[in-house]
Design a protein around this ligand. Sequence first.
Ligand code: HEC
Length: 491
Amino acid sequence: MNYPFWDVPHIGSGWVIGMIAIFHILVSHFAIGGGFYLVMAEHKVLKSGRADWLAALKGHSKFFLVLTGVYGAVTGVAIWFSIGLANPEGTSTLIHNFVFGWAIEWTFFIIEITAASVYYYTWGRIPDRLHLTIGWIYAISAWLSLVIINGILTFMLTPGSSWLSVAGTGNEASMFWYAFFNPTYWPSLFVRTLICISLAGVWALLTASRLDGYEQPELKTDIIRWSCKWLLPSFILLPFCIMWYLYMVPEARSHLLSLGIGTIGQGIFTQVTRAVLVAVMASATIAVVVYFLAYRSPRSFGFGHAFGVLLLALVATASTEHAREMLRKPYVIADHMFSNGIRKTEVEQFNRDGYLTHSPWATDADRETWAKIDRAGTGVALAADAAPEMYAAQLKRGELMLRGQCLACHTRDAYRPLKKLLAGRDRESVGSILTMLHEYKDDSPYKAYMPPLVGSAAEIGALGDYLTELVKKKEPDSASTADKVALISQP
Ligand code: HEC
């Protein structure tokens, strides 16, 4: 744990990323599909000479530019910012492997943003054909940015055996292409491209719904019907592409999904299954709503309906992304780095030398007190007559363990709350869970979703002490060590 830990109370850092990412995905996929929508609509409109449709398209392109160029770009940077804070070790690994990937992506991104602006500001000012060409440059460069980022995103779930064989040796970059075109690269590219196409339709329904169906009945009908068709490819092909994707996910990960289906109602990986089911139901509802409310009666299709479809799309997106995250547990980079930044290859060393031995977050004074506690034997630091500095130092050691190893997935009191998950347990029973996490035997039920607990016996003991206090007392949480002593020594 060389990096500082970003302790987000109640929701945990994962949810900060999640909340930014869900909206970013909805907009960034629209930024790609919407480009194709605009040029294909413009092409169609120019051919048929429909001036009314052209005016509507111009309006849609303004909405498009503002939403994708501002909101999409800002949330994209926010993702970088939050993953860097939440998982510095994982982010650093990605940068070390893929720095050129990102350089390429950003080149496409600059072309994309420039072309989008030029496209919007040159409506009616340059020859139609040239305008259309700029639109195509936009659409293709936007899609190429997906082609690049998809390699990096899929790498985290399926880094592939070639890259894993050199992971941790310093030669990882030699496997750049293997890591990039990893096992789930192609199915994921198809899935995401289909989602881009359907989101283009969903967002277009939003702007089209605002047309007046009584003043411009023909226009509204045509645009809405045409936009509905953008959802068709997904409804036909997406199930197959998702199956292909899951087929390429190694057994060890995808069995979590079937495990969930078999044990619905209990056990952790019903969470994956539940997320998949929600996505399926949301998509089915979109199909029904779009067909009956938009396609069948386009004139009365209102903003509220379109907004409802958008919300359903948000639910479907959020739950598929959540399922993908859960499939990856307990890793951030499958089979290499656990969610808490510990590499598989470091486990032994941490167990031998101690997890906090080289931590810059412990002072020399801390280490001296810890050594004193260890010499005195277990239980001394928390005994009723323990010296306050011993007590505080032991809790600090436990808290450093907790921050470094548990809070990537848990919070103390709200999201996956350790306080509640451990409620009612005494010191001994907390200790036996920690022993299971530490031993990490093959038949351990926790192995499917939690990393091994690493560190020396004394450190694990300190974590046990801290957790027991957490369950017993009112939240020590972010209070400083001095406050903590005061808090806990109150009657
Ligand atoms: C990779 C993510 C991750 C990390 C890191 C992690 N856990 Fe968990 N843990 C989970 C998940 C997921 C569950 C299931 C939660 C649920 O059922 O809602 C869980 C459940 C638990 C439970 C309840 C188990 C039971 O049998 O009911 C305890 C206790 C627990 N974790 C303790 C810890 C401790 C202590 C650490 C740090 C050493 C830790 N976890 C680190 C993901 C993680």
